[in-house]
Ligand binder design. Structure first.
Ligand SMILES: NC(=O)c1ccc[n+]([C@@H]2O[C@H](COP(=O)([O-])OP(=O)(O)OC[C@H]3O[C@@H](n4cnc5c(N)ncnc54)[C@H](O)[C@@H]3O)[C@@H](O)[C@H]2O)c1
Length: 252
């Protein structure tokens, strides 16, 4: 167990599995008290069991609903005394080519990534401003640069980068930095679902993704947690409004 985030309170949305869980675990192992919000109650129970040796708060909350987010943030503040680090990680995909993409596919993705991150950032900033300290990290994607079948997701992830840069400017003077990590292909339930949707074994999707990854391996949730930890570190106070692509190479 490390001490890197000792005394800090870190909130991770969508932290019950995949990338969010790896981020929550890293913070907990490095001494932070960790709050996890997620819509998946079963996975939340599993993660609280897995991390039971640490100080953890979990709550079933939909980031799209501002009231649910406000209630959760208030509870975190009241139980842990501050909100120092926020990671907007909750996400969904509804991939389809443009001509087949429904209004619901479009709106759901916009809502979770953009409205969700807006809601959490807005609720968290009040507590961060009180302390004149904060680290916000948004999880974007290499898809922000364009990806076939992801008009909704690419737009949302590019939008998230705009939010990141704007919050960096607005909140920077108050001791709060905002940055984004943009992962490439990471092995999680989300990419497993993609394999299922296109009807190929997951191993085949991983193999295909390797063609474009210079380091010759696909990404793991811990690779993203490591990059998030860099932005979340107290000593990263001069790093603000940046997008870090974490994809095993320079191109998406
Ligand atoms: N896996 C990848 O290759 C990859 C690549 C780039 C970016 N990302 C991004 O990383 C983040 C995590 O992805 P993952 O691969 O771990 O996916 P995942 O599906 O395994 O995890 C996403 C989590 O978000 C939760 N969630 C979804 N909607 C929510 C809502 N409205 N409110 C609260 N929680 C909600 C889910 O229940 C789930 O626990 C997402 O933002 C995703 O877009 C993933």
């Amino acid at each position: 167990m490390g001490e890197r985030f000792r005394g800090k309170v870190a909130l991770v949305t969508g932290g019950s599995r995949g990338i969010g869980k790896a981020i929550a675990k890293l913070f907990a192992e490095e001494g932070a008290r960790v709050a996890i919000l997620d819509v998946n109650e079963e996975a939340l129970l599993e993660v609280s069991e897995e991390l039971r040796e640490y100080e953890i708060y979990t709550k079933v909350a939909n980031v799209v609903e501002s009231e649910e987010v406000e209630v959760a943030l208030k509870e975190v503040y009241e139980s842990f005394g501050s909100v120092d680090i926020v990671v907007n990680n909750a996400g969904v995909i509804r991939d389809n080519l443009l001509f087949k993409m429904t209004d619901t596919d479009w709106q759901t993705v916009m809502d979770v990534h953009l409205k969700g991150s807006f809601n959490v950032a807005k609720a968290a900033q009040g507590y961060m401003v009180k302390n004149r300290y904060g680290r916000m990290i948004n999880i974007s994607s290499t898809s922000a640069l364009g990806n076939r079948g992801q008009a909704n997701y690419a737009t949302a992830k590019a939008g998230l980068q705009g939010l990141t840069k704007t919050l960096a400017i607005e909140l920077g003077p108050l001791g709060i930095t905002t940055n984004a990590v943009a992962p490439g292909f990471i092995e999680t339930e989300m990419t497993r679902e993609t394999a299922k949707r296109i009807g190929i074994p997951f191993e085949q999707l991983v193999e295909a993704s390797l063609q474009g990854i210079p380091v010759g391996r696909s990404g793991q949730p811990e690779d993203i947690a490591n990059a998030v930890a860099f932005f979340a570190d107290e000593s990263s106070s001069f790093v603000n409004g940046q997008i870090l692509y974490v994809a095993g190479g320079p191109k998406a």
